[in-house]
Write a protein that binds this ligand. Structure first.
Ligand SMILES: [Zn+2]
Length: 55
C-alpha cells in the first residue's frame, strides 16, 4: 500500500482537505475502522470520517 497516494482525501461534508489518520503505534500503517475502511481527519471541520471504497 502506497501511503503517499492515499494521504489526502476531500472531506465529504465540507469539501475541505482531509488527512489520513495513521496508527500511532506503527506510524506507517493507516488506521482503519472495524470495516477496514481508511480513517481521515478533517482539520477544517474538526471531524473524522472513514473512506468507503465501495462508493
Ligand atoms: Zn470536513
Amino acid at each position: 500500500m502506497n501511503v503517499e497516494q492515499i494521504k489526502y482525501q476531500t472531506c465529504p461534508y465540507d469539501q475541505e482537505e482531509a488527512i489520513l489518520l495513521v496508527d500511532p503505534e506503527t506510524e506507517s500503517m493507516p488506521d482503519t475502522d472495524e470495516d477496514g475502511d481508511l480513517q481521515y481527519y478533517c482539520p477544517a471541520g474538526h471531524h473524522t470520517f472513514s473512506l468507503d471504497e465501495d462508493n
